[in-house]
Structure formats: C-alpha cells, structure tokens
Design a protein around this ligand. Structure first.
Ligand code: GCU
Length: 609
C-alpha cells in the first residue's frame, strides 16, 4: 500500500514540477540543508556552455551536445572530447557577487556557470525537495543532475523550484548559469547609478518538505480594527483538500483550528483582545506557529496599523515623523553585495546611530535579513523594485518583469511589520506609457496587499518664472498614498548658499517624504565650504537643506541620500570618486563625515519636539 501512496505522491509532485513553483513563505525559519560555500565556476563570455557553434541552445534539446555545461559531462574514455571540467575549475563563495571576489571579474558582465555537488542526509523518498535561492543577479538557469528546473529573471528577489523527481540520497549536483548582462528591456534597464554585481548573491538552500506542506500564509492586524487579525493559509500537496490547519499564538491565547477548502486554501479572521502593537518605539513580536498534518512552521510577527490622514502618516493611530536615510545593499567596507545578518546589523546599526526610525531600501528589494532585523529593532522600511530611470515603458514583457519582482518581494515580506511602504519607481521620465505602467503596478500592489502605503520617488523642478519656487508636477502624484520626491538643490543645479531662499509650492493633501537630497564629499577632504567634494560643502548643504525642508507643511519624512559611499561605474572622477558615489555620510573605510553628525543632531532635536 505504501508503495502505491509513494508512487502517487511522486506522480503528483512531478505534475506540480512543471508549474512555476510559488515562493516558499518564511523559508527563513525552516530547517534547511545549506548549499552555501565554495562552488566551482567557469566564466563563459561566449556562451559556449549554452549554445553550440551554430548558436543553437543545448538547453531543451533531446540530446544536448558534449559542450552543454549543465550536463556536467565527463570523458568516457581517453578518446572522448569534453572541453570543460567544473571539478578542475576554481571556486567562488556563495552567497556573494563575483565582482568583489575576483579581481579579474571586477567589471565582468556576462555569463558565468556555477556548480555544486551535494548529498541529502537522511534522504526520504516520500519527502518533497525544494531548491531555494535568496536572489541571483540577474538571470539564472537552474539545473539539477542535468535536468532543467527553470529560468528566473530579476536580481533581487527569491525563487525556488521543486526538484523531488530528480534528486537522490547521494552524488547530486546543481549547476546554475548566471547572466548579469544589462539590457534596455530588463528591470532595471541599461543605466543605473550602482554597481552591477553579478552572481548567486544570496543564500542557496534545500528544503525537505512533507508530502503536503504549508506553502504560504499571511497574518496581519486589520488596518481599521485593532481587535481583529486577518490572514490566509495555502497548502501544497496531495492531501491539501479540506485539510485541518492550526494557528497558534500562545501569548494571545490563540489556538485556532481551521479547515481548508478543496484547494487547500483558507482565509480567516481571529478576534483578539488587547494586542501589544508593534511600533518603532515598541517592536513587539509574537511567536506564531502554524501546523497542518506533519508540517509545522514558526514565525515572529508584529501587529500594527499604518494609515494616512490628510498630510499625516499614522502608526497605530498616532502621527509619526519618518527620520530616515537611504541605503544601498552593499557592505562597503568588505566590498560587494551585502547578504548576511551581520551585514544587516552593520547597516541598520549605523542608521540607528544616526537616530533613524526609518530606512529607504534603495533601489531594489534587499535581502530578507534587513526586514527581519528591522522587525526586531523597530525600524520602519520603504521597499522598492528597480523600476529606475528610463525603463522600456511600451514593452509589455518589461511590465511583466517588473510586476513579477513586485509580487516576489510582497510575497516574501508581507508578514513583516517593519515594511510600511511599497515604492513603485525612482526618478522615471513622465509619459502616458510610464503613467499607465506605474498605475498598473500600483493597482497590482493594492490587490495583493492593501495594508501598506504606496509611493514612488518622483522629481521636482523650479518654476519657470521663479527658480526659488520648486514644484512637483506629476500625474502619478494622484495615484500614490504618499507624495515622495528627490530634490538635489545645491548639488544638481542651484547654489548651495541659496538653499535658504527656496521653498516648495505643492498643493496636495497627502503626506510628503523627501526621498533624496545630498552632496558628494571625499571623507577626510576638508576646506572651503563652497568647494565641491569637501566634507564642509556636504555639511553646509545639510545644514542649509534640513531647516528649509522642515518648512514644508505636509512633510512627514526624509531619507537623505545616502548612508554610505557606494560603488558606481558612473562615478570615475579622480581623485574624489575613484569609482564610488561619494554622497554617503560614511566612507568605505567606515569613517563618519561631518554631515553625519549634522543629521544626527537634527534628528535628536526633532525627538525633543
Ligand atoms: C538620483 C538617484 C540615485 C543616485 C543619486 C545621485 O536621485 O535616485 O540612485 O545615486 O541621484 O546622483 O547620487
């Protein structure tokens, strides 16, 4: 009988394999088999491992040629010709971008193949096996034991594949082709002001799952009623229909049994008495357990309400001012993409030292450690997708790519109390196509998650008849919940010693966030405060800008650009930039610049009001 059930389970899982697998919710707390560590790699500038000499892909062909890297072919005898050998190849650390690991890969943009052998300790044929990537920049083609699991595009969001059908207890291998070439129709597009770090940039894990397991769930406080928790649970597996699920939050004396529908899905409401609400001042997290059949998953969740009222942002019904800073996902001292909890502690620790209760995670979804740590530290978050500058607005495939990344980050972080804002875009040129593109993204966001606020970093400009009066004229301002815009008066246009004379004329009854302002400075370069690249110039710009912004009646937050210097191929000015964007308040050596202390003082004085 068992053999028949096992066969049935294997058959069903094989059918599900063909479908794009939904991203596992909360893999963070699941028992993992980590594939982090040294992976062999082969640089493939001419795509030799993917195409034959007639430029036909080996991928998907009945009998892929001996040159198909994903088969990990070995010569059968001394006459055999195989022109690659992963096991003789050098290694890269995963997670980690290749640019910061290998000098010769510093500027590399192209395809690079990774290979990792693995066993599955305690392998059980009736279990299901998923392969999960925190992120790969930019395109990943994933193969296990020579079988194609799938292709994922998007450099900053998680994805996973079921590989049950293809793995065994020992001697497995995973091969990933990573291609980080930029392209006009991708998201982001060709032109960005950050380093195009390529590679398997976040954790890689295997999850051993029950035949029927808890694939996804959401649990939030109702945004209008703080005595109600709302959520849903989705199971995956052969016995999901009408399955029982138990939701337990011991501290709230909740232990509720629910019954799924025939699709293994249940949406539910749980009335609660007084909940200790999560906030920046009180980052209260509750232990949650969800169990069903042989699967059990734990999480830590904060319950809070985030709404707007006129020009105010209300956190749990109280007006909150967002004392923020922008952050790129880079451990600038080590070099390269940040990915670990240790990296997150450095970056959010610096933000906390600055006096922040808010952080803008620019310009793409950061690794999951940032939202998890922000939940614990009481730091509110703005998360965004890299719809940045001149996206290919007319291209529906480009829209689908943007929407997919949006869905993946919302799916991953929908249970994180710290995330209060989803941002659709950054500094995008206005047009009907762009408005349609962004409005569709906003609509999708509201359909997926109506518990958070929507914004986008727009742009301001001086009035034609009076350049001291700044305006924001953008139809997307009617769509967003919060009007955010980047302003660089004194750095890109305008004189730093005229900042005190400018003001904004914006007739809108919505909260406003100044989502960027700043100036470049080489740390340690002191001198005339009107001389660009001195710390004194950057500090003067902050000292002049902060009180000027404070006069904006709808101002509900600021996120100056940026916490730390970061690498950018657009910033090659010697001796000041040397490949870094220098608008950071902290240098790549971890030294604070003068303006760091000016902003810190400004936030400290805000707290006294
Ligand atoms: C822009 C952009 C940032 C960029 C910054 C700068 O506003 O949003 O990504 O780094 O300005 O020019 O330094």
């Amino acid at each position: 009988m068992n053999k028949i059930i096992n066969l049935l389970v294997l058959l069903v899982s094989a059918i599900t394999l063909s479908a794009q697998t939904n991203v596992l919710q909360n893999n963070y707390h699941r028992q993992e088999i980590s594939l982090n560590g040294h992976w062999n790699y082969i640089v493939d500038v001419y795509e030799t491992g993917y195409y034959n000499y007639r430029w036909q892909p080996h991928d998907g062909s009945e009998n892929p040629g001996a040159g198909a890297f994903f088969t990990n072919a070995k010569p059968k005898n001394k006459m055999d010709l195989v022109e690659y050998d992963f096991d003789a190849a050098p290694t890269l650390l995963v997670p980690g971008d290749w640019n910061s690991q290998e000098e010769k890969l510093f500027f590399y943009e192209g395809s690079l193949w990774y290979k990792k052998s693995f066993d599955i300790p305690h392998y059980v044929a009736s279990k299901r096996y998923y392969l999960h990537f925190g992120a790969v920049n930019y395109r990943a083609d994933v193969y296990v034991n020579g079988e194609k699991l799938g292709t994922h595009k998007g450099g900053f969001t998680p994805f996973n594949y079921e590989m049950t059908k293809f793995v065994k207890a020992k001697d497995n291998f995973v091969i990933v082709r990573v291609d980080n070439k930029r392209a006009a129709d991708e998201v982001p597009t060709l032109n960005t002001d950050w380093w195009n770090y390529g590679g398997i940039t976040r954790d890689v894990s295997i999850y051993e799952l029950s035949p029927t397991f808890i694939e996804d769930y959401s649990l939030q406080m109702d945004q209008e009623n703080d005595r109600l928790l709302k959520g849903y649970i989705r199971l995956n597996g052969a016995t999901k229909a009408n399955a029982k699920v138990i939701v337990s939050i011991p501290e709230l004396k909740i232990n509720k049994e629910l019954t799924c529908n025939t699709e293994g899905f249940i949406s539910f409401e749980i009335p609660v008495k007084k909940v200790d609400k999560w906030s920046d001042r009180n980052p209260k997290l509750y232990d949650l357990t969800i169990s069903s059949g042989t699967d059990l998953i734990k999480d830590k969740i904060g319950f809070r309400q985030i709404t707007t009222q006129g020009a105010d942002i209300l956190l749990n019904g109280e007006k909150v001012f967002l004392k923020g800073i922008c952050i790129h996902e880079e451990n600038v001292m080590r070099g390269g993409r940040a990915y670990s909890m240790e990296d997150a502690k450095v970056l959010l620790g610096w933000a906390k030292e600055l006096g922040c209760n808010f952080v803008r995670l620019a310009h793409y979804p950061h690794n999951e450690n940032m939202a998890r740590l922000a939940d614990e530290m009481g730091i509110l978050l703005w998360e965004e997708i890299p719809v940045y500058w001149t996206i290919d607005w007319q291209n529906n495939e480009t829209y689908q790519k943007a929407e997919q990344q949006l869905k993946e980050v919302i799916s991953r972080d929908k249970n994180r109390a710290s995330v209060i804002i989803w941002s659709m875009a950054n500094e995008t040129p206005q047009s009907d196509e762009r408005l349609h593109f962004l409005s569709k993204l906003a609509q999708t966001t509201r359909e997926l998650d109506d518990t958070r606020l929507i914004t986008a970093a727009l742009e301001d400009h001086g009035k034609a008849d009076n350049s001291n009066i700044m305006v924001v004229e953008d139809a997307f301002a009617d769509v967003v919940d919060i009007l955010s815009f980047n302003q660089y008066y004194g750095w890109y246009g305008g004189q730093v010693d005229n900042i005190k004379n400018i003001r904004w004329e914006i007739d809108i009854d919505k909260p406003m966030i100044i989502s960027e302002f700043g100036a470049g400075a080489l740390q340690g370069f002191h001198g005339d405060s009107l001389a660009r690249w001195t710390e004194d110039f950057q500090d003067l710009l902050y000292r002049e800008t902060l009180p000027t912004l404070a006069k904006i009646p709808q101002l509900s937050g600021i996120t100056p650009w940026i916490l730390a210097d970061f690498r950018s191929p657009r910033r090659m000015l010697i001796p000041y930039q040397n490949g870094y964007n220098r608008k950071g308040l902290i240098s790549e050596t971890g030294n604070r610049k003068k303006a760091f202390f000016t902003l810190q003082k400004f936030y400290k004085e805000l707290n006294k009001k």
